[in-house]
Design a protein around this ligand. Structure first.
Ligand SMILES: Nc1ncnc2c1ncn2[C@@H]1O[C@H](COP(=O)(O)OP(=O)(O)O)[C@@H](O)[C@H]1O
Ligand SMILES: O=c1ccn([C@@H]2O[C@H](COP(=O)(O)O)[C@@H](O)[C@H]2O)c(=O)[nH]1
Length: 298
């Protein structure tokens, strides 16, 4: 049975995702950390100043951004000041490369392939992710889908415990892929994705129906099959139905929260027991208010 089929059953899925999560962290200990000197490691298996980097891939309009938003909401991060956030999210779209003049003309006519790996500046993406992993503050450009180019505006990404990066091809480039401590693939069927992409591109990205359908048939669909779908095999966790899959999202949230908890162990004062989770989990209430062992060993 495929992992997707298993995930459809919510009871089994709880166990299944937990097993995969545990395996993913275990393999992270073994493969990534084996190469590093012992004093580089913290007790929980990754260097304490290094953020836990999570890649979120999937086809266009599969719900990658929505899944990331749900994770941020459940961790109570959405309304925090940017400087205060422990979990942050960026998009691979911020790393589209600048187009040449002839390419710009083709893009205006809907004849440029934004779904091909060559459309991205993978070197810049790699360098930025390395800076993030080194605990540096970085500037992330905003992408403008109307002008098909990086805008002048940037958002400052402050060092955080967990960094999510979502995009159609985040698992495509091997050097980028190898940086992720955890890889999620949002698996939503293509009819649903097209049905979501059409209104989104018309309402938010300044397109008309004909442009959206032509681009989809000429570039988006073939490139998904050739470049994005084959990267599903690299995922540690596959999330069928995207943001509708509350069980998978909850399990991922628990895992992330566990990572934060281990990086910032609770400080018990006056002999009192402290579960240490309140500041991270304003939004998720009781479910995340137990200790990490309580939530993950169940
Ligand atoms: N589970 C869902 N149910 C209904 N609409 C959704 C769902 N997930 C995403 N959408 C909508 O579909 C569109 C694409 O979702 P988004 O998360 O931006 O996808 P992606 O980041 O993969 O391109 C958005 O308009 C979003 O609001
Ligand atoms: O100028 C552009 C840049 C990108 N696109 C399309 O965007 C999607 C990727 O974004 P998702 O949020 O994952 O859908 C990709 O399929 C490109 O076709 C664009 O149309 N124009």
């Amino acid at each position: 049975m495929s992992i997707s089929a298993v995930l459809r059953n919510s009871r089994t899925s709880a166990l299944c995702v937990l097993v995969v999560l545990r395996k993913s962290v275990r393999s992270f200990y073994t493969y990534k950390m084996a190469e590093k000197p012992a004093d580089y490691l913290s007790t929980n298996g990754f260097e304490s100043k290094t953020p836990f980097l999570i890649g979120v891939a999937g086809g266009t309009a599969s719900g990658k951004s929505t899944v990331c938003q749900r994770i941020m909401e459940k961790l109570g991060q959405q309304h925090k000041e940017h400087t205060e956030r422990r979990v942050v999210c960026i998009s691979q779209d911020s790393f589209y490369r600048s187009l040449t003049a002839p390419e710009r003309l083709r893009a205006e006519r809907g004849q440029f392939n934004f779904d091909h790996p060559d459309a991205f500046d993978d070197k810049k993406l790699l360098a930025t992710l390395k800076d993030i992993l080194a605990g540096k503050k970085v500037e992330i450009p905003e992408y403008d889908y109307i002008s098909n180019s990086i805008s002048n505006r940037t958002n400052t990404l402050y060092p955080a415990d967990v960094v999510l990066i979502e995009g159609i091809l985040v698992f495509y480039f091997p050097e980028v892929r190898d940086l992720f401590h955890m890889k999620l693939f949002v698996d939503t069927d293509s009819d649903t994705r097209l049905a979501r992409r059409v209104p989104r591109d018309i309402m938010e990205r300044g397109r008309d129906l004909e442009q959206v359908l032509n681009q989809y048939m000429n570039f988006v669909k073939p490139a998904f099959e050739e470049f994005c779908l084959p990267t599903k095999k690299f995922a540690d966790v596959i999330i069928p139905r995207g943001a509708d899959n509350l069980v998978a999202i909850d399990l991922i949230v628990h895992h992330i929260w566990d990572i934060i908890y281990k990086k910032h162990p609770p400080r018990a004062t006056n002999g009192a027991t402290c579960n240490g989770h309140h500041d991270v989990d304003e939004a998720n209430g009781r479910r995340l208010s137990g200790s990490s062992e309580d939530t993950l060993s169940r």
